[in-house]
Structure formats: structure tokens, C-alpha cells
Design a protein around this ligand. Structure first.
Ligand SMILES: Cc1cc2nc3c(=O)[nH]c(=O)nc-3n(C[C@H](O)[C@H](O)[C@H](O)COP(=O)(O)OP(=O)(O)OC[C@H]3O[C@@H](n4cnc5c(N)ncnc54)[C@H](O)[C@@H]3O)c2cc1C
Ligand SMILES: NC(=O)c1ccc[n+]([C@@H]2O[C@H](COP(=O)([O-])OP(=O)(O)OC[C@H]3O[C@@H](n4cnc5c(N)ncnc54)[C@H](OP(=O)(O)O)[C@@H]3O)[C@@H](O)[C@H]2O)c1
Length: 501
């Protein structure tokens, strides 16, 4: 197993993920925590990267994990042991402080991430060789200092592009953001001020979307309605080309307002660069560009594995349920985290790890190679239908459906029907409330006694960091409470009369 935890660094290191100082999570704390360890109540709902790291540190301490982690160690190769077909073992060569070591492992989880190798498609930007300004990939970006008064062109419209464009637009003379396909942009804040993922990731909404999404026209209409509720994307030049695709949205509260202020101007695809300017698909030209930031995403590879084990082609890998190479004689290698769910990655990889360890121990078995291959092909077709073919979407998955699928493999998926009889209050929360990770600790292996309580007390932990000013109950609250009671009474009376006649 390979583990590598570090803090955010000022310098960019090859082979390691790199983020800018200001990164704030775009998935909320209650939807991003591990299933048996809620984040501290006073943590904000969306976390600065240093707070997220603090959570991982508290988690590691709580479960006494540090003794299992060998820091500052690079995995150079993972090869099948000569008797792999009978033992399923792997020979792993590592390097630490210039010293190589070899060891044999019974199983391997590959957790090397997919945000390390920059995708910087210079071939698609004719004239880049003539460009006299500075250009770099978004992973090189750390902070806005040094960009004062510049004219900056940011390429791409993912979360990196949006965060960086917004931040730079506060210092630069002008920021342009160039997008070829557009994106839906969402706020972190949803109904009644709750985090977006707590409102959108419910079993009820997921079921509703699954039923309706069989009809493309309805899916497109629903998506437009939902996404344009905040502002009309067409008016801001952001509207996606394929409006029905569930491509990962941008979660950014500031982007629309920065566009409204004119600090960011949205442009179409760049067709050519000159020494100092950018020419766009619509024929417009922006002169005096000083800096180009390629926020064009990432690619990935497994240099320590043989191609016969895992092969990457066009930024995709053929893995059963995004985890297991289907053709191994023994199921003793799993890839964890080679996925981009529409919700938080952390509960997703936790369930992946729970399944992988049970497969390694022989407590769960994988189907035949043929079945796994057929599933992988079908899943890929569905992915393209839902999310499109773009390089940024090759690892994209649904959220709740995928979590449930993994949980079913280990017997941890909650049974809503039997719960409705035993504990209706909880069943209602599970169906209509946020699909948080605690749901997968209610039953099955790894059951956690605190899961029910974590689910019913969730709202308290969301509101706690917001309640920094004591308020006395006002009469308006009382009136609104009374109106709600009257409303409920009216519905009950109407329902009663409907039953009578
Ligand atoms: C700016 C940014 C913000 C994000 N925000 C969110 C968010 O709010 N919510 C969310 O759910 N997701 C978010 N994501 C996505 C999420 O961060 C990543 O998906 C997550 O970090 C993946 O974790 P990981 O452990 O799989 O990979 P990583 O965090 O990339 O870790 C992989 C580790 O493996 C190490 N490694 C690689 N090769 C080797 C080797 N040969 N030997 C030893 N070590 C090796 C690397 O150095 C690295 O430390 C964000 C991503 C980015 C880039
Ligand atoms: N605050 C946060 O939490 C935060 C911040 C940053 C990143 N992240 C996460 O990190 C992951 C990576 O995000 P990312 O924004 O770095 O990458 P990304 O999501 O892959 O987005 C890449 C962008 O580059 C564009 N692009 C790619 N190739 C291009 C080309 N040849 N020409 C023009 N445009 C091109 C893509 O456009 P098309 O759509 O047209 O292909 C897309 O808009 C995501 O999961 C994201 O959510 C989170």
C-alpha cells in the first residue's frame, strides 16, 4: 500500500499534486467526511485546504494510523511476484532518501491520484511558440502576487480556471477566460443557505433524475431550469454547448459577479496566438496579453506498473467499477480514487477501500473476466452518454448510484424498506435528506454505533459554525411558525375531505 500525506508547499514538485494558497473545498464538510468520523462541529461548511488537512491529521491521530505510514517514499515499481498465479503477491521496489528497497506484498492499493500530470495541449494553440509573454499550467499557480496590472488569459472553464481567474481579476488589469464548450456554474450556497451538495445529493432527487434522464429532452430541460435558476448562463457567455450533459459543474460564488463587474470577460476558443495577442473563434482579438494560464486539466499514468497490469489509453483505464484490472489471475490489486464523482471524492474512495480490502481477504469475490469486461464497456458508454467525451470527463461518475453500488458489494447499503418499518424517522431522512457517508455505516460489516446519531444531528453541525451571533427569537419567527401550523392543518382538512368524497 502506498500513502503520501503532505502540507501545501510554496514550490511545485514533480510527481506530486500542487494547489494554490486559496483553495477552498467545493464539497461540504458533512458530505466530505469519512463515514465514522464527522468533522468537528465548529469547522466551516466549506473548508480551506489547511482545514481539510487538519481533519485528515485528526483522523490519522484518532485511529492511530501514522505508525502504518512510511513518508517520503517513492514507489518505483510494482511487479507480479514469480508465483503470482498462485500467491497473488507483488514485488514492490521503493526509494527513500536515495536508498532502494524491495519487499513482497500480499496486495496493493494504487492511490497515486489523477491531478499530478498537467494536461497542457500546446498543439491546439498555433502561434504559442511566438508568444512573448509568460505561460504556465494551473498547477504552477500559487497566489496572485506578481500579476498586478497584467492582462491575463485563462484557458479552460473548470474549477481551477474559475478560481484562478476570479482571484487574479482582483489584481490584474483585465482577465479573459476562454472556453470552447462552456460550463454550468453553481453557487456553494443552495436552498435556505444550505451547502449545494446537501440539497442536490439526496436519494429522492437521484431517483427522480434517473427516471427522467431516460428522456433526453426532459433531462436537457431539467438541467437548464436547475442551472439557470441563479443566473442565465447564456447572458454571461458561459452556457455549455451540450446543455443536457451532466459534466462536472463549476462551483464558484464569485465568477458571475466578477463577470458582472467586467473584471473577467468570457471569450470563445482561441484559434491563434501571436507575439502579444490572442485571436478567438468568433473573430475577436485581444491585444497586449501578458500571461496565459492553461487551466486545461490533468492526465494520468502508472509509471510503476507494467502496461499488462493497467493500461492508460486516451486518459481512460479499463478497470472493473473503476477499481480492478479485470484480467488478473488473482484480485490482489485495486486502484483507489481514479474517479471523479459528481459529489465528494472522500466518501467515495473510502467505500472503494472498504470493498477492495474485502476482496483481498477473500470475503467478496469478483465476477469472471468476461462479465467484468462487459460491465466496463457498458459503463463507459453510459458515461459518455451522461457526461460527454471531453478529456476532463473520462473519470466522471454519478454520485449516489456509484456509492450504493460499492456499498452493495460489501453489504453496507441501507435497506430503506425494512428501515421504514423499524425506524421511519431515519428512513425518511435517508431518502429525502443528504446522502452522507454515515448512511453506509448503519448496517453490514464495519457498522458504527454512532451512524444514526450522526445522521440526525447533521443539521446542528452545519449551523454551528454559522451561529456566531446570538439572536433572540423574534415575533416574525413565531408568526411564521404559526402560519406553518395553519398550513399543515389546512392540508390535513383538505386531505380528509378528499378521502370522504
Ligand atoms: C485544486 C483542487 C481542489 C479540489 N477540491 C476538491 C473538493 O473540494 N472535494 C473533492 O471531493 N475533491 C476535490 N478535488 C479532487 C480531490 O482533491 C482529489 O480527487 C483528491 O485529492 C484525490 O486524492 P488522492 O489521494 O486519490 O490523490 P492525491 O491527493 O493526488 O494523492 C496522490 C498521492 O500519491 C503520491 N504518489 C504518486 N505517485 C507516487 C509514487 N510512485 N510513489 C509514492 N507516492 C506517489 C502523490 O505524491 C500524492 O501525494 C480537488 C482537486 C484539486 C486539484
Ligand atoms: N475549489 C475546488 O474545490 C477546486 C478547485 C480546482 C479544481 N478542483 C477539482 O480538480 C479537478 C480538476 O479541475 P481542473 O479545473 O484543473 O480541470 P478540469 O475540470 O479537467 O477542466 C479542464 C478545463 O480545460 C478545458 N480544456 C481542456 N483541454 C482544452 C483545450 N485543448 N483547449 C481548450 N480548453 C481545454 C476543458 O474544457 P472542455 O470542457 O471544453 O473540455 C475544461 O474546461 C476537478 O475535479 C475539479 O473539481 C476543485
Amino acid at each position: 500500500m502506498q500513502v503520501n500525506i503532505s502540507h501545501r508547499k510554496e514550490n511545485v514538485e514533480d510527481g506530486r499534486a500542487s494547489i494554490y494558497q486559496s483553495v477552498i473545498s467545493n464539497t461540504s464538510k458533512e458530505m466530505s467526511c469519512f463515514s465514522d468520523f464527522p468533522m468537528p462541529e465548529d469547522f466551516p461548511n466549506f473548508l480551506h485546504n489547511s482545514k481539510l488537512l487538519e481533519y485528515f491529521r485528526i483522523f490519522a491521530r484518532e485511529f492511530d494510523l501514522l505508525k502504518y505510514i512510511q513518508f517520503q517514499t517513492t514507489v518505483l515499481s510494482v511487479r507480479k511476484h514469480p508465483d503470482f498465479s498462485s500467491s497473488g503477491q507483488w514485488e514492490v521496489v521503493t526509494e527513500s532518501n536515495g536508498k532502494k528497497q524491495s519487499a513482497v506484498f500480499d496486495a496493493v492499493m494504487v492511490c497515486s491520484g489523477h491531478h499530478i500530470l498537467p494536461h497542457i495541449p500546446l498543439d491546439s494553440f498555433p502561434g504559442i511558440e511566438k508568444f512573448k509573454g509568460q505561460y504556465f499550467h494551473s498547477r504552477q499557480y500559487k497566489h496572485p502576487e506578481g500579476f498586478e496590472g497584467k492582462h491575463i488569459l485563462v484557458i479552460g472553464l473548470g474549477n481551477s480556471a474559475s478560481d484562478i481567474a476570479v482571484e487574479l481579476s482582483k489584481k490584474a488589469a483585465q482577465v479573459f477566460i476562454s472556453t470552447r464548450h462552456g460550463s454550468w456554474v453553481m453557487s456553494r450556497i443552495s436552498e435556505d443557505g444550505y451547502p449545494w451538495d446537501m440539497v442536490l445529493h439526496t436519494r429522492f432527487i437521484s431517483m427522480f433524475r434517473n427516471v427522467l434522464s431516460r428522456f433526453k429532452i426532459i433531462r436537457k430541460w431539467m438541467m437548464e431550469q436547475q442551472m439557470n435558476r441563479w443566473f442565465d448562463h447564456a447572458n454571461y457567455g458561459l452556457q455549455p454547448q451540450n446543455k443536457h450533459l451532466m459534466k462536472e459543474p463549476v462551483v464558484n460564488d464569485d465568477l458571475p459577479s466578477r463577470i458582472l463587474y467586467g473584471a473577467i470577460k468570457v471569450k470563445s476558443r482561441v484559434i491563434e496566438l501571436t507575439e502579444t495577442s490572442a485571436i478567438f473563434e468568433d473573430g475577436t482579438v485581444e491585444e497586449d496579453i501578458d500571461v496565459i494560464v492553461f487551466a486545461t486539466g490533468y492526465t494520468f499514468s502508472f509509471p510503476f506498473l507494467e502496461e499488462s497490469v493497467v493500461k492508460v489509453k486516451d486518459n481512460t483505464v479499463s478497470l472493473y467499477k473503476y477499481m480492478f484490472p479485470p484480467h488478473l489471475e488473482k484480485s490482489t490489486l485495486a486502484c483507489i480514487g481514479f474517479i471523479q464523482p459528481l459529489g465528494s471524492i472522500f466518501p467515495t474512495v473510502e467505500l472503494q477501500a472498504r470493498w477492495a480490502t474485502r476482496v483481498f481477504k477473500g470475503l467478496c469475490t469478483l465476477p469472471s473476466e468476461k462479465t467484468m469486461m462487459a460491465d466496463t464497456i457498458k459503463r463507459n458508454e453510459k458515461r459518455i452518454d451522461l457526461f460527454g467525451k471531453s478529456q476532463s470527463q473520462t473519470l466522471q461518475t454519478d454520485y449516489i448510484d456509484y456509492l450504493d453500488e460499492l456499498a452493495s458489494e460489501i453489504g453496507a447499503k441501507p435497506d430503506l424498506l425494512s428501515l421504514l418499518l423499524k425506524d421511519p424517522k431515519l428512513a425518511v431522512k435517508l431518502y429525502f435528506g443528504p446522502c452522507n457517508s454515515y448512511q453506509y455505516r448503519l448496517t453490514g460489516p464495519g457498522q458504527w454505533k454512532g451512524a444514526r446519531s450522526a445522521i440526525v444531528t447533521q443539521k446542528k453541525r452545519i449551523l454551528k459554525p454559522l451561529k456566531t451571533r446570538a439572536l433572540t427569537t423574534s415575533s416574525t419567527l413565531l408568526v411564521s411558525f404559526l402560519l406553518k401550523i395553519l398550513g399543515l392543518l389546512a392540508i390535513s382538512v383538505a386531505f380528509f375531505f378528499q378521502l370522504q368524497f
